[in-house]
Every structure is written in C-alpha cells, then in structure tokens.
Write a protein that binds this ligand. Sequence first.
Ligand code: ADP
Length: 318
Amino acid sequence: DIMTMGEMLIDFVPLKKGLSSKENEGFLRMPGGAPANVAVGIARLGLSSAFVGKVGRDPFGGLLIETLEDNGVETKAIIQTDEAKTTLAFVTLDETGDRDFTFYRDPGADMLYQWEEVDLELFKTAKIFHHGSISLINQPVRDTTLKMAQMAQDMGIMVSYDPNLRRPLWENEQTAKQWIIAGLKTADLVKLSEEELEFITDEKEINLGAKKIMAHGPKLIFVTLGAKGSYFYDGKNSKIVPGFKVKVQDTTGAGDGFVAGVLFQLIKNNVSDLNLLSESMLENMALFANAVGALTTKEKGAISSLPKLDSVNQLLKS
Ligand code: ADP
C-alpha cells in the first residue's frame, strides 16, 4: 500500500536524563529514522509497507534491516553498501527530557542513494509514497528523492512529505527553506510541527502559515501540536482537533505515528483525491492520527512504542 523513503539510522539514547556523562553510564540502541518509523507504524496498524533506501554494510545497517523485517516491513528494496557507514545519532537528554542530537554521517550511506538504484517495481503497487526528514539535505539522495516524488505524482501515486527540520544538519537557513519548499512542490499531503510551519513561512498564525504552505502545492496540511492535538487545512476546512490525555514517557516518534495514522486512514477509505474529503472525514482522520501519536508517547523509543490498531480503537472508544 505504502512505500516510505529516506534515512534509517540508529539513535543512541542515554539511559538517564541529565547531560552529565558521569551519571549516564550507558546508551540504549534505538533503531529508527522518521520514514522508517512511519513504515513500521503502518505495518503495525495492519497495512503493507515497504522501505526504500540505503544503509551501510555494517552491523548497524544489518540491525536496521532486521528490525524492519521483524516488524513486517518489506525490505527487498533496501541497498546495503560498502561506500559509507550507516548513519548514527547520539542523543542527549536534558533534565526536562528535551533531546539534542549529534549525528555521525560523514557521509552516511543513506545520503548516497542514487536514482539508478531505485527499485521501480514498488511504484507499480504503491498507493502512497511518503518521504521526509533529512533526505533533502545532501546529494545525491536529494535528487533521488525529488525524482521519486515527481515520478510518483506522474503515476497517480499520492505523495506525502514530512519536512522534519533538523537545523544543524543544514548548511544555513536559506538552503533549508529552499529545499523544503522544493519538497512541498511535489507533495500532495504534508505534516509539519508548529515550529516548522513558522520556520518555512515566517508566519506565527497557523491559518496564515497553512495558506502559505498550500501555495507551494500540497492539497492537505496537518500541523502537529504536541499534547494539544493537531490542526488540518485543505483549502476549505480548517480545525484544531484536540489530543488525547495519556501518561507520557517519551515523545520520540509521535509525529511519525501521527503520519502513519493519517496514511492508514487514506488507504482504508480508498481516498484517491484529497480535494474530495469532507470536513467530518478530515476530522476523523486527525482524531485517529492523534490517537496513534498519543499512544506512541506512552513508551520509550519510536519503533518500540508504535501502537497496534486494537489499542488505537480502544483509545478512540474511551
Ligand atoms: P512532531 O514529532 O511532529 O513534533 P508531536 O510531538 O506534536 O509531533 O506529536 C504528534 C502527535 O502526537 C500530536 O499531534 C498529538 O496528536 C500526539 N501527541 C504528541 N505528544 C502528545 C502528548 N504529550 N499527549 C497526547 N498526545 C500527544
């Protein structure tokens, strides 16, 4: 149903909060990367998903592929290469639980994914192509990603994009904006955080920001608002749909769970034209995605905490 593309990496997350390395004696290994999390999120909800991209021929790349396979994600289009190592990210958690990342990606294998390496077979069966995060930062993977999005649109496959701004990885703000906007131009559906919306549009007011995003091409926009829930805009209807009250452990992957929830609803409802969605369908979609996002915060990590359909339905009924 869905193919997702982008980076796959391993986060090394300190066992405890607080920046002092003396108190933090170890790191947990958390396989992930936003598009890979989305692929797992979809599989866990019961639909088929495939991940497309490149990892190093090293134990970390092997672990990533294994993790996706264990979670029911199709991995046959993933390439393992000797050209570069798998991307790693070391995380620091301050006292409040806020995260900061140091990337080991110089270059990362994911950056070297080339158009000639793309498995075009998947385009024949996919209904949605989702990409996002850091794959528009470097070459050649940027060209590859944009070409894949263009080809998907030309073939009538819906394109979903999550800018997932990681400022320190970009050369400067101007370049970041330029390429995120290039991503928007070939996207049908986009999910942003409030900070990303403001960064891209220089607009603090959500309705005005969403209009500016739409002017670049997308037909449907979701803005995630953390515990407050989410906002949608389709050019006609806009609304904030409140979030669910849950006991939060770790918000990593909540945005990816949210995306998985939206894409799940689009496939389940056989939506091929985003312009034909009614306000109540959009609201239901946001509500469902909020539930997936909320459940993702209840446990540590991203892949480990993405919920099954049963849990989502239970939360929706409660
Ligand atoms: P992003 O990773 O895009 O910044 P958020 O952290 O806003 O995403 O989370 C995505 C979605 O997950 C939110 O729109 C909301 O529905 C849900 N969510 C996130 N944090 C919480 C929370 N603390 N309580 C309840 N729901 C949450």
